[in-house]
Design a protein around this ligand. Structure first.
Ligand code: COA
Length: 174
């Protein structure tokens, strides 16, 4: 990703765009919500959400990072999705992550965004495969991974919890 080029991914209903600290209040309704974050150690405070957005902003120049998920119809920020580098058993992998505001779940938005992020991983990042790391109990997220063409590869202990490694190969997604 060249200097000064904003990372942006379009889908039929969504625009995935780089976040700024101004997005902290909207992201607070997601990352600060205990129910949405039940598969994470805990919900984030406002300060932690700003740190988290700052971490994504530092990833953008290299063409990765979780992007704000904006509903084209209303311009509302309803979640995030995008590719990030994660180290899994000592191997650098591109992971597709997604989080959607509770009021907007179940409408296919995560799947729609994840498919484009997956293809971005193949075309722009040149990956042969991309993964998603998901707690075994997280049924909705596992379903999104399956709808994204991914298959369960193995279960690993990662960041203090068991995680399913879901993977899709470039040729399988074509
Ligand atoms: C995971 C998440 C992003 C999915 O977002 P979404 O926009 O609702 O996803 P989609 O609508 O594209 O797909 C959800 C699928 O899960 C299914 N689902 C819902 N509840 C489920 C459950 N308890 N068990 C299994 N599948 C379930 C839905 O039926 C749907 O599948 P379908 O289209 O075959 O009916 C959302 O639930 C979320 O933000 N969760 C909290 C954050 C999180 O855990 N993120 C993932 C971290 S790995």
């Amino acid at each position: 990703m060249g200097e000064g080029i904003a990372l942006q991914i379009e889908t039929t209903r969504l625009r995935l765009r780089e976040m700024t600290l101004e997005d902290a209040p909207a992201m607070g309704a997601i990352w600060g919500d205990a129910e949405t974050m039940r598969w994470y150690p805990r919900a984030l405070t406002r300060e932690e959400i700003e740190e988290w957005i700052g971490r994504q902003m530092s990833r953008y120049p290299s063409g990765t990072g979780l992007l704000g998920m904006v509903l084209k119809e209303t311009a509302e920020l309803i979640g995030d999705c995008g590719p990030t580098w994660q180290e899994v058993d000592g191997v650098a992998e591109v992971e597709i992550g997604y989080h959607v505001h509770r009021a907007h779940q179940g409408r296919g938005y995560a799947t729609e965004a994840a498919r484009q992020a997956r293809d971005y991983g193949f075309t722009e990042l040149g990956r042969e495969s991309v993964i998603s790391l998901i707690r075994p109990e997280n049924g909705p997220s596992r379903r999104v991974a399956e709808k994204n063409g991914m298959m369960l590869e193995r279960v690993i202990f990662w960041r203090g919890y068991d995680h399913c490694v879901y993977r899709v190969q470039r040729e399988a997604a074509a």
